[in-house]
Design a protein around this ligand. Structure first.
Ligand code: Q9C
Ligand code: ZN
Length: 342
């Protein structure tokens, strides 16, 4: 299958992340995408093409305009306030009493829009996030125009980004933007399966009240893992979306055999839904040696996963999400795509 890729991901190159009580080099780093691209070249997976510019309309179809403007101006406003380093949230709206006012000052504004504080906003982050959604949209357009499948090598990732929140290394929700674009260009129903180790809280939120995008996610139980507050099995959708949100939280040390049972259940639900398009939020942080996750998938399991996804027989867009065992992320990613292509 074809891969969509651009060097612009390198513009997202933050220097710090808050992790276990200290500052570390970010797990979500440019090298991840380079290693995946190298593996694609070395295996001859298929042609690598550059993204087209889709502008902001497909972004504003799922994200709040004030939020997008905040992402665009955040790094500059941080510097203009006289702050050094990277923009980082140190405050949150009160959970017990909510005011509708969005702070004017950047220190309050970033707290308003932040989902978590591990993720800073550095110079270039917005430009990289915009390029990343163009990668996802280009891959989606390829499939809407007749390709069996395509891979969007997206960086930064997107699935934690909600309609007006960033965090968990995510700024714009590439998969959600792609799903909405597919709906707006002829797909009646879209299924979106999130295989990243972490629950796709942002994607869930964006489509929670809708029945035209079925969302399913297999992930570490939020009782034990980020994003901590969403991803429970009792989150099933609301209004018209009731029954169109499906979560499979799993405990520490889950091996592939158990994970695969959930995948089979999820795929049965998708087959029953009969979508026009499948979007896969492809995280590789389910890997046994991922530094921030707790599942036990092995490299060869990813080939089986890709083969299993292909069994649905649906036009399929793969969108890269997480995966932080950097040396192995190329092999694991391409194993899924090769398994699908077999
Ligand atoms: N200190 C994605 O995989 N919390 N995001 C990390 C380690 C944030 C993961 C906890 C994890 C975000 C796209
Ligand atoms: Zn993840």
């Amino acid at each position: 299958m074809k891969t969509v890729y651009t060097d612009k991901h390198k513009l997202r190159d933050a220097k710090i992340e808050i992790h276990e009580g200290g500052l570390v080099a970010p797990f979500e780093c440019p090298r991840r995408a380079e290693i995946i691209l190298e593996r694609i070249m070395e295996t001859g997976l298929g042609e690598v093409v550059a993204p087209d510019d889709f502008g902001l309309d497909p972004v504003l179809a799922v994200h709040d305009a004030g939020f997008v403007e905040f992402l665009r101006t955040c790094a500059d406003e941080w510097a203009a306030a006289g702050f050094g380093g990277e923009a980082i949230a140190n405050c949150w709206p009160t959970r017990t009493m909510n005011s509708p006012h969005i702070p004017r000052f950047i220190e309050g504004k970033i707290g308003y829009y932040a989902l978590a504080c591990e993720t800073t906003i550095s110079v270039g982050t917005y430009e990289a996030a915009v390029a990343s959604k163009d990668v996802a949209l280009t891959a989606t357009a390829l499939v809407m125009n007749g390709e069996r499948a395509a891979f969007g090598l997206c960086r930064p990732p997107g699935h934690h980004a909600a309609s007006d929140q960033f965090g968990g290394y995510c700024f714009l929700n590439n998969a959600a933007i792609a799903a909405q674009y597919a709906r707006d260009t002829g797909a009646q129903r879209v299924a979106l399966i999130d295989l990243d180790f972490h629950h796709g809280n942002g994607t869930q939120q964006i489509f929670y009240d809708r029945d035209d995008v079925l969302f399913l996610s297999i992930h570490g139980d939020p009782m034990d893992a980020f994003p901590h507050f969403l991803g429970h099995a009792d989150e099933t959708g609301t209004g018209a979306g009731q029954g169109f949100n499906v979560n499979y939280p799993l405990p520490p040390d889950t091996p592939y055999a158990v994970w695969k049972e959930c995948l089979d259940q999820a795929l049965a639900r998708i087959a029953d839904y009969a979508p026009d398009l499948l979007i896969v939020s492809l995280g590789l942080d389910t890997y046994e040696h991922d530094p921030i996750s707790f599942f036990k998938l092995q490299s060869e399991d990813y080939t089986d996963c890709g083969r299993t996804l292909a069994g649905l027989g649906l036009p399929t867009v793969f969108v890269l999400e997480g995966g932080y065992a950097v040396e192995e992320v190329g092999v694991n990613t391409v194993n899924v795509l090769q398994g699908f292509d077999e």
